[in-house]
Write a protein that binds this ligand. Structure first.
Ligand code: SF4
Length: 329
């Protein structure tokens, strides 16, 4: 049986806006097993990226984690000092960002950027670090690793830069990889190659992957389980097949309903009306109520709890409709 790799427990992250603190991630708990790919989905502004930056301890200065634990193989990353966390980043947990061009240093050759991390985390000579950088570029399908090592990021295409980012992230063989919209900025062919590459890495190294995306196609193809976030909260969690076959939360149903299905012949797709609420003026009760076609009086008054809704404890949902059905059953 696979071991628990990451456990996020009751995470709360706030950031300062004007003179007050607003909550971007509210009491979020989930876990990832070794070799598992967990999808974290929701529209922009739902708290996905803040969750990942909280795990990595890479939050902006105006942010703080005010509650919770982030356990990586039982070690609470939130209790580590800056020096300890720098050692853990790269070595045990690494991140791939959406925009490789913004994440790579434009003034530094690829070789220096990759070998810096390798030298920091391993007792390697420069020659050994060079060899590792060469090998890791080759393993992500870069055809001319030696030439790429000598290049600056602006001399490479977007797809190549994303491969370099993945190579950097994988250079120290982390146990957990966090991928924040890793293919959004790429064209469809390159997207497919990058996803295939990540799956290969997972299969070879038993790496756990947190895949942050708003693309449900990526989720369906890659993930084992899915957590859906809305307004900084988890609203649903399920194994991927169950989520697509029988989603329970109206927000998840809206997301799935707005994905085009091949051959359906449908010309216009339903979209979820309205937009994600501003974090500083959240509605009372269920945060999705202003957009939900099933909203009842209780929804506008009382925030629903996140309940386990199956016998195996693999499905969770936050909705008064389900609570009512459960009571009536
Ligand atoms: Fe809709 Fe009410 Fe469920 Fe919220 S709690 S998703 S408003 S039915």
């Amino acid at each position: 049986m696979s071991e628990k790799l990451l456990e996020v427990k009751n995470l709360r992250t706030e950031f300062k806006r004007d003179k007050s603190w607003v909550t971007a991630v509210n009491n979020v708990s989930f876990d990832i097993n070794e070799g598992e790919i967990l999808g974290l989905v929701g529209e922009s502004g739902c708290g996905k990226s803040v969750t990942s930056l909280s795990i990595m301890r890479l939050l902006a200065r105006n942010s703080k984690i005010s509650n919770g634990q982030v356990l990586l193989k039982g070690k609470n990353l939130l209790e580590k000092d800056n020096k300890e966390i720098r050692k853990i980043r790269g070595r045990e947990v690494a991140m791939i960002f959406q925009e490789p061009m913004n994440s790579l240093n434009p003034c530094m050759r690829v070789e220096k950027q990759i070998t810096e991390a390798i030298l920091l985390h391993n007792n390697f000579s420069k020659e050994q670090a060079h060899q590792r950088a060469f090998d890791v570029l080759k393993s992500v399908g870069i055809p001319e690793p030696e030439m790429t090592l000598k290049s600056f990021p602006h001399q490479l295409s977007g797809g190549m830069c994303q491969r370099v980012m993945i190579a950097m992230a994988m250079s120290c063989e982390p146990e957990l990889l966090i991928a924040d919209e890793p293919t959004t900025a790429l064209d469809v062919t390159i997207q497919a190659q990058i996803l295939e590459l990540m799956e290969e890495i997972r299969a070879k190294k038993n790496t756990g992957i947190l895949m942050i995306t708003h693309d449900l196609g990526v989720v369906a193809e890659m993930c084992n389980r899915v957590v859906v976030m809305y307004a900084g909260r988890i609203v649903e969690e399920a194994p991927v097949k169950e989520l697509f076959a029988d989603s329970k939360h109206p927000y998840t149903q809206g997301l799935i309903g707005s994905v085009p299905k091949l051959g359906s012949g449908v010309k216009s797709l339903p979209s979820i009306p309205g937009s994600v609420p501003d974090l500083s003026v959240m509605p009372k009760g269920c945060k999705f109520a202003p957009r939900c076609k099933y909203a009842m009086d209780i929804c506008r008054e009382q925030e629903p709890e996140l309940h386990t809704i199956d016998k195996d404890g693999r499905r969770r949902c936050r909705c008064h409709l389900l609570d009512q059905n459960r009571k009536e059953a």
